[in-house]
Design a binder for this molecule. Sequence first.
Ligand SMILES: Cc1cc2nc3c(=O)[nH]c(=O)nc-3n(C[C@H](O)[C@H](O)[C@H](O)COP(=O)(O)OP(=O)(O)OC[C@H]3O[C@@H](n4cnc5c(N)ncnc54)[C@H](O)[C@@H]3O)c2cc1C
Length: 295
Amino acid sequence: EDTEGKYHGCWPVIEEAHGSDYVIGMSYPHPEEFGSKGFVTADRDGDGWVINGAKSYWTSSAPCANYAFLIVNLPPHRSIADIGGCIVPLTLPGVTQGPPIDKLGLRDDPQGELAFDNVRIPAHYMLLAEPVFGRFATKGVISSTSCGMACMFTGLARAAFEEALKYTRERVQGGRPLIEHDVVKLKLSDMFLKVETARYFTRVVLRHVSERSRALTFDQSTAHALSAQVYATNIAYEVAHQSRQLHGANGLTKDYLIEKLYRDATAGLMEDGANEALSLEAAYSFLEEGRYTTE
Ligand SMILES: Cc1cc2nc3c(=O)[nH]c(=O)nc-3n(C[C@H](O)[C@H](O)[C@H](O)COP(=O)(O)OP(=O)(O)OC[C@H]3O[C@@H](n4cnc5c(N)ncnc54)[C@H](O)[C@@H]3O)c2cc1C
């Protein structure tokens, strides 16, 4: 238990040569087709493991974290399916943490590179030492992170909607507040429907995944979790765009919150997996699991 805030973690997964491969590779039947170049590898060495390679500069919190749950490639390093996971203190010799990258949205969440040059960890830091556990655990972890993304971006959609309500009540055009024009009411109604459907879908999926996680049954529907992320991030992007349009030119300035919400919503379509890759993996998952409901 970290009562003093000593542990600041990050989750480095993707590499320069493998981005969506890691999402699609969870269920894709022939992951060897994705190639075997550019992995961060872990190899047995005496009573521990040695790690080499670089993760891409997209790892969130990499510039400031002090621990990583690092996704590694295990021997015999044939493909993305030889996946493992270990804890790496980022203060160990051989670890390099890159500076924060300069990006469009979610700027309060810094990303940066992590490189590993003969970094030694003791055997018990390798939590997922068999690929079969790695694949299994990745599905469990991504179900939880997808729920987190769905909650965060449902919240963003709601904030964008509320900004639109506020602005259209204040801004007068055509002799009356924008909100009194029926065309504007129709737009707000459409945004309301989107926010509410995202909220209900996210809530149902979050309840399902949390119940299964707490019960340690490991039978959560990955397809529902991934789809909740895709749905909520798409809705957030659409509602932020609609709200920004209702703000007129003011929506393009940093004086209005909607400018930031729109940039953050754009980043949400890619964070923790491109929506296209997540949708494809969702299809593989429900076909494999043969389940189309959370019951
Ligand atoms: C804000 C933010 C935070 C992030 N945090 C982290 C983090 O903490 N840890 C981490 O490891 N990563 C992180 N990422 C990286 C993120 O996981 C990747 O950006 C994402 O998985 C996509 O990989 P990529 O950028 O390499 O795009 P690519 O995989 O190169 O995809 C480019 C485009 O091609 C499409 N595409 C890719 N493969 C296929 C295919 N087989 N068939 C058809 N179309 C395809 C994709 O849908 C996409 O539109 C973060 C990204 C962002 C934006």
